[in-house]
Structure formats: C-alpha cells, structure tokens
Design a protein around this ligand. Structure first.
Ligand SMILES: Cc1ncc(COP(=O)(O)O)c(C=O)c1O
Length: 401
C-alpha cells in the first residue's frame, strides 16, 4: 500500500486545488467511525457533510450495491429502470410529491428546480416571470445557475457574469421577501434550515408565511433539502416540522447512503411542465445509485433512525448548551435533530484541528460556527466522548485568554 506521505504529496500534485484538505487520508469507515491510512480511528461528526446519515458502509446499502452491480450497472434513460422506479415510488409515497427527476448531485437537483420554475411560468402563460428570490447566507451549489442562486458573495466572486434573475433577501425576513416580489418573480427558493450559512433555523411561522405568500402571488415555493433532508432533523424532510409543503423539493447528499445521487421532486401540477426533451441527465437515476437509494431510504424508514436522531439530537444539544454555560465565548447553540451549530466568538478552525488530534472529526462553517452532522445512528456515549474532549479543548482556550 502507498504510504501516507506519498498519497498526500500526490494529492497535492494531481488533484485540482479546490479544497484546503487536512493531512489525513481516510481509507475505511464503519458506522460512526472512520480509519486513516496510518491506522488511527476517528469518531466522525462530519459524515461526509450530511451524506452518511446511515453511518459508513451501512450493510443494507452495501448489500444492495453488491447485488445490483452483478445485475446491471447502467442503461440509458431511453428505457425504464427498475430501482429508479421503485425509489421514485417510495419518495412520492412519503412526501408531498407526485414525480421525481433524478440527477447526480445537489447542484444538479437545484438546476432542475430553477429550470422547472421558469418553464412552469411560461407554460402557465406568464412568460415575463423568471426571477427567483433566494436568501442571504443560502447555499445552493457551485454550477453557474446555483451559484447565482446562492446568497453569499464569497462563493460568487470571480465568476461574473452570473445568471440574471436572482434576488437575495435576509433569511427569516418575510417583509423583505414581500418587498422583493415583482411581476417577474416565478419562485422563492429556501433551505428549511440553512446549513453552509451557519445552521440558521427558520423562526416560528416563517416557512408557513412563505407558503402563504407563494399561494397569494401564484408563485412556486422550492425547498432545498439537500443538506437537511433524509432524516437529518428527526423527520424525513425538515419542512415537516413546520407542517408546510413546497411545490418543488431538492434532495441529494444522503439519499443513496453514500453513492452520488440527486433528485428533484415536484407536485403533478408543476411536474407536468417537464416533457420529453426538456431536461435530462445521462447518469440520472442510474441503476446502481437508485438501488443504493432504495436500500438507504428503506433502512431510514424502517430502523428507527428518525427516533434515534430526535433523542440523541436533543441530548447532544443539551450537552452543547452545558458547554455554553461554562464558556462565555460560545455565542449560541442552534439546530434541530442532528444538524447542530455552535457559534463561537472567534475562528473555529483551531478547534476543529484540536478535535482531530483527539480522534474526533467535526466541521466549521462561516469561519466561527462549529457544525456537527454525525450519522443518525450516533449514540449518547459517542456524544459524551466528544463533549468531554471539547470541554477540555475549550478549557485550553480559556487558559490562553
Ligand atoms: C443546501 C445545499 N444545497 C445544495 C448543495 C450542493 O450540493 P452538491 O455539492 O451535491 O452539488 C449543498 C451542498 O453542501 C447544500 O448544502
């Protein structure tokens, strides 16, 4: 096996330099644990940034990949594809949606949603409507359209001219949305909890107000559930907490338990604007990805993962609040289920590195928000272990202050 130093040197030599990576090569994963090339074990509170909701290498997903890989890896969407049909059926049976368009990533799912919103406006005789309102601090992807939708200047910088037709308003500001609606608006696109933007939760009634506004203005509501869908908040989809339903929803990340996939779901009235030739993807709904997706979704629905997420999520939140009580530099703890953010009064990157040294993988977003996204199978004991280590590390911060 190639030694760790050579791997990292070759990574820096051959891989496009789009990530600042930690000097760690992860080679194996099981449940909440991952192992590095030098044999160290880590408890993973990143989970591929909300991809490995079932834990690493879930046996049902592994089995489905194994079985499908012996049957059929790929055929064109010119033909009907069995696992694709089955996954779409289970998704529709468990959501507001009537139809699913499959693709390969969150950005592609959002691209499809943006295209559909514009097409639906045209098909319903409102060709002048093409603008989409999105939120400041949102994140919708890195393709040109989804970058244009993303309400964070730092991601868009250097890529002008962007796609026209997006307006950004502050998250949780319904008046701001009202002011931004024009005769050109065709949709509002929002994450039910902002992930990359710092784990920002909707205030009470915000999503309901957006739904009402969309109904009044006859425009579409798009929920980007790429990060917070598939059980991450303790319900299958985050918007279920608020009892409101979108016209279009996008999914990706953990939908296929670690295999690349994306999906755009829509109600029939809107989905009917997608007719043969209007949109496509070679790999979208690929047999291998959708077989993995079907296994992952079935496990999520059958194995009480939502229950565990709610119980352990509440416990984790409380333990983080305990840390906040002891450490005045912790500004806020926020989140739902097992997407939790802890806002610090300083840069969080050193805390991430210190946790890694102690055998725990955590993430930091927006510079100062520690973000925790463990697999939904994480236990109280594993949470305790992280809290114990973080308590110690925060103690060191206090000493340095
Ligand atoms: C809410 C949200 N939308 C879209 C995306 C983009 O997904 P992908 O990286 O699969 O294109 C992300 C990725 O983090 C996300 O969090």
């Amino acid at each position: 096996m190639t030694d760790t130093k050579t791997l990292i040197d070759d990574s820096q030599r051959y891989i496009a330099n789009t990530y600042s990576r930690y000097p760690l090569v992860l080679v194996r994963g099981q449940g909440c644990k991952v192992w590095s090339s030098d044999g160290r074990e880590y408890l993973d509170f990143v989970a591929g940034l909300a991809v490995c909701n079932l834990g690493h290498c879930h046996p049902k997903v592994v089995q489905a990949i194994h079985d499908q890989s012996r049957k059929l890896l790929h055929v064109s969407n010119f033909y009907h594809i069995e696992p694709q049909i089955e996954l779409a059926k289970v998704l529709c049976e468990n959501s507001f949606a009537d139809r699913v368009f499959f693709c390969n990533s969150g950005a592609e799912a959002n691209e499809a949603a943006i295209k559909l919103a514009r097409k639906y406006a045209k098909d319903t005789g409102r060709a002048e409507r093409f603008e989409i309102i999105t939120m400041e601090r949102s994140f919708h992807g890195r393709t040109m359209a989804t970058l244009s939708a993303t309400g964070q200047e730092k991601f868009r910088k250097g890529f002008d001219p962007l796609l026209p037709g997006f307006r950004y308003v502050p998250f949780n500001d319904i008046e701001g949305v009202l002011r931004a609606v024009t005769p050109h608006t065709c949709a509002i696109m929002v994450e039910p909890i902002q992930g990359e933007g710092g784990v920002n939760c909707p205030s009470d009634g915000y999503l309901r107000d957006l739904r009402e506004l969309c109904r009044e203005e006859k425009i579409l509501l798009i929920f980007d559930e790429v990060q917070v869908g598939m059980g991450r908040t303790g319900k299958l989809f985050a918007h279920e907490h608020d009892g409101v339903f979108p016209d279009i929803m996008t999914l990706a990340k953990s939908l296929a338990g670690g295999v690349p996939i994306g999906a755009m779901l829509a109600a029939e009235e809107v989905a009917k604007s997608l007719t043969p030739g209007t949109h496509a993807s070679t790999f979208g709904g690929n047999p291998l990805a959708t077989a993995a997706g079907l296994a992952a979704l079935t496990a999520l629905l059958e194995d009480d993962l939502l229950g565990n997420c709610t119980r352990v999520g509440a416990y984790f939140f409380k333990r983080l609040m305990d840390l906040k009580l002891k450490n005045p530099f912790i500004k806020e703890v926020r989140g739902r289920g097992l997407i939790i953010g802890m806002e610090l009064g300083f840069e969080g990157s050193q805390i991430v590195i210190r946790c890694m040294e102690e055998g725990f993988l955590i993430n930091c977003t927006m510079g100062n928000v520690l973000r925790f996204l463990p697999p939904l199978i994480v236990t109280h004991e594993e949470v305790d272990q992280l809290i114990e280590v973080m308590g110690r590390i925060f103690g060191e911060c206090g000493e340095g202050a």
